[in-house]
Design a protein around this ligand. Structure first.
Ligand code: NAG
Ligand code: NAG
Ligand code: NAG
Ligand code: NAG
Ligand code: NAG
Ligand code: NAG
Ligand code: NAG
Ligand code: NAG
Ligand code: NAG
Length: 627
């Protein structure tokens, strides 16, 4: 039996960091060489200056570009490192596993992880026009209201956070703007009791939340079994901002049963002379004059010759390069921790200690329990590994675009808070977290402001551990005889970093260090995940289906044995890197402010893609208001 690794993210563009400028540079007149400038693949087509230069043509970059150009008043250049893929290569649903075989990833390996036997892990972030929205598993989920309120609380240093611009009330209108909801097929809906409430959604975006044309009947008893667990709620919709067990749509265009992503929603079919996109082009540096961003230098290849091109930004340079490459570019441009910049022989323009710190992702832990007399259905992985399943699945797909190949990784999951996961131990864990010497779990040379920010986050998360409405645990259901794949840890306490490689800062990828399990309380929480997942299979109505534990194995029960299993089996990433240019006050190690100038200070307890779209929509409004 396999333990399925979920590939569920918008890994790249975790943030729109708008590095502000209000430049004194005058627009050089549009040279008129290319009236339908769209795909820029020749340096002579690039204008000398644009109002906005956006670094990164991913989930957030394309969303902002579309919004800034829709009234025809501003010019935008988007610069994307990756290629413009053949559309069919990324829009096919294929069980949500496009990511496993996709060529559209950066090839980055993490630093060795000391708490995981020094193993190194892939850092999967999308590298194509559309970014990680082109390669994720299309999970369309939001965090809970508390996840976003926590951003407001951390930034403002107290209060509920709800009233801040980045709290739930401030973001909900942008969740509605960002994605157009469509209803499921009534026959499929009624067969498996799909519940939803369209009032939490909008219907105007070019990015669609649709539903597969097929679901496994086995999902019904697997959902119902959660009713036997005290404290589990069943919110009315995945978008209601509440923890519990719920159905959620997929980023899918229902009319085509195809991936809907930033490129299809915010680039394809848009015909504006004001919106240019240069792909296969890497931004090397942000030009800074008197602490204002005046443009960028990017590298592109034309007829096998590498060229460096300088382009001016009349208004702003907008960083939308994701949690790995946004801090890298800031550091290469002289904005970052001075000590690290010195080591890389880069002149410091702004000593900003938080750049590249506070790195977070969602670790995944396999807990594999088989229901021996449950009907066998293919799990998503079977569509790849088991020829028998894949042939009937392929037939259904070929006939009328239905069956398992219309599914992403799944459309129903449990998102649960610690009081539900661990009624007995969560209070002890929360108290231990508050009592920790937080600095002891960061590298010894960490700047005091970054330590202060970490402490503030840990205190906020201790409160969240006591709340049923911050999901720490998630489990996606497959409806098969192995009901679920990995458990996902939505609010890990460990923090990593992204820093330049000091010997080859501008030619190699940055050093990505997850620092997984560096806060030892993460192991205690993960051990509770294993115990809870067992209880879900053995102490509910699922017990009638003769459960048999394959991983970690029924003899692995003590804290010490569970810790050994966790160190051997944990994956540091669910491909949701974030946090490296945090929206926090500078005295808390922040990088950008509430005026966007923003980045997520802590992860939301959900796959990150929908949040990225919502942030990008809000960013576009803030940038327009600033113009
Ligand atoms: C640029 O793209 C156009 C349109 O796809 C193509 O005709 C042209 O050959 C390309 N030029 C280069 C230098 O690749
Ligand atoms: C991991 O690597 C470090 C540094 O090379 C070494 O000191 C340590 O013993 C290694 N740990 C394990 C578990 O191999
Ligand atoms: C879109 O939403 C609006 C208001 O929420 C509603 O009045 C309208 O009927 C919806 N349109 C469609 C096509 O669902
Ligand atoms: C783009 O718009 C221009 C005029 O605004 C029009 O002439 C041209 O045909 C359009 N191109 C496409 C592909 O729609
Ligand atoms: C680019 O290089 C490739 C491989 O070296 C060669 O086949 C191709 O002709 C070159 N193209 C141009 C435009 O020089
Ligand atoms: C596929 O089906 C054949 C015949 O029913 C069976 O012998 C074989 O074991 C199956 N293969 C797998 C991988 O399930
Ligand atoms: C697709 O075909 C199957 C088998 O003929 C049928 O049961 C199903 O209703 C069809 N689905 C759709 C969405 O047309
Ligand atoms: C299941 O419930 C029993 C009795 O309530 C309890 O002793 C046992 O520990 C539970 N098992 C799990 C895995 O939670
Ligand atoms: C599963 O097996 C158990 C005993 O092996 C039996 O009591 C139960 O009825 C079976 N359930 C189903 C759904 O076949």
């Amino acid at each position: 039996m396999h333990s399925l690794k979920q590939v569920t993210s918008c890994a790249v563009a975790l943030a729109v960091a708008a590095l502000s400028l209000a430049s004194s540079v005058n627009a050089s007149p549009y040279n008129g060489r290319l009236l339908q400038a769209r795909y820029i693949n020749d340096s002579s087509l690039v204008k000398d200056a644009y109002d906005y230069v956006i670094v990164g043509g991913g989930t957030s970059g394309l969303t902002v570009a579309d919004r800034l150009t829709e009234d025809g008043k501003a010019t935008v250049l988007v610069i994307e490192n990756g290629p413009l893929p053949d559309s069919a290569a990324v829009t096919e649903v294929r069980g949500g596993f496009g990511a496993f075989s996709s060529p559209y990833f950066y090839r980055i390996q993490s630093a060795p992880q000391p708490e995981l036997h020094n193993a190194s892990y892939p850092v999967l972030v999308g590298n194509a026009v559309g970014g990680s929205s082109a390669v994720n598993a299309m999970m369309t989920v939001r965090g809970t209201a508390e996840d976003y309120d926590r951003w407001g609380l951390l930034y403002r240093g107290g209060g509920s956070g709800r009233a801040s611009p980045w709290g739930w009330d401030g973001l909900l209108p942008y969740f509605k703007k960002a994605v157009a909801f469509t209803e499921p097929d009534p026959a499929v809906r009624d067969a498996v009791n799909i519940a939803y409430d369209a009032s939490y959604w909008g219907n105007t975006s070019g990015v669609f939340a649709g539903w597969p044309t097929f679901q496994y009947p086995g999902l019904v008893p697997q959902i119902e079994a959660f009713r036997d667990i005290p404290g589990v709620e069943f919110p009315p919709d995945s978008g209601s901002g509440r923890a519990g067990v719920y159905w959620h749509p997929s980023f899918m265009d229902p009319s085509k049963v195809q991936r809907s992503y930033a490129r299809t929603g915010h680039y394809d079919g848009i015909n504006r002379t004001s919106y240019d996109l240069a792909y296969n082009s890497k931004v090397r540096k942000i030009n800074l004059e008197d602490l204002k961003a005046t443009g960028v230098v990017f590298q592109t290849t034309v007829q096998n010759a590498t060229q460096l091109i300088t382009v001016k930004a009349n208004k702003e340079v907008i960083l939308a390069a994701g949690a790995v490459h946004t801090p890298q570019l800031l550091q290469l441009s002289g904005v970052g921790p001075k000590k690290q910049l010195d080591e890389a022989d880069i002149e410091t323009v702004v000593d900003l200690p938080g750049v590249g710190q506070n790195f977070q992702d969602h670790p995944m832990l396999g807990v594999t329990i088989m229901l021996r007399n449950f009907t066998v259905h293919p799990s998503p992985m079977d569509l790849i590994t088991n020829r028998n399943f894949s042939s009937w699945a392929k037939e259904m797909w070929a006939k009328n675009r239905t069956g398992p190949y219309s599914l992403g990784i799944g459309n129903v999951a449990a998102w649960l808070g610690m009081p539900v996961i661990s009624p007995e131990r969560h209070e002890t864990i929360a108290s231990k977290l508050e009592a920790q010497d937080h600095a002891a779990y960061l590298p010894p040379d960490t700047d005091p402001t970054v330590i202060a920010g970490y402490k503030a986050q840990m205190n906020a998360l201790a409160t969240s551990i006591r709340s049923t409405n911050t999901a720490f645990y998630s489990l996606t259901l497959y409806g098969s005889n192995v009901p679920a794949g990995s458990t996902v840890f939505l609010h890990p306490l460990s923090r990593g970093s992204v820093r330049l490689n000091p010997s080859t800062p501008s030619t190699s990828e940055p050093i990505v260090d997850y620092r997984t399990l560096s806060n030892p309380l993460d192991i205690e929480i993960l051990a509770e995940f294993v115990r809870f997942t067992r209880a879900y299979h053995f102490n509910t109505s699922l017990a009638a289906y003769d459960p048999h534990e394959l991983l970690p194995g029924s003899d692995v029960t003590s804290d010490a044995d569970l810790a050994t299993y966790i160190r051997r089996s944990l994956s540091p990433s669910e491909y949701h890197p974030s946090g490296t240019a945090a929206m926090l006050p500078r005295e808390l190690g922040g990088v950008v402010d509430e005026q966007l100038k923003v980045v997520m200070p802590t992860l939301p307890g959900a796959n990150t893609c929908q949040t990225v779209y919502a942030i990008a929509e809000k960013a576009a409004d803030l940038i327009k208001a600033d113009a």
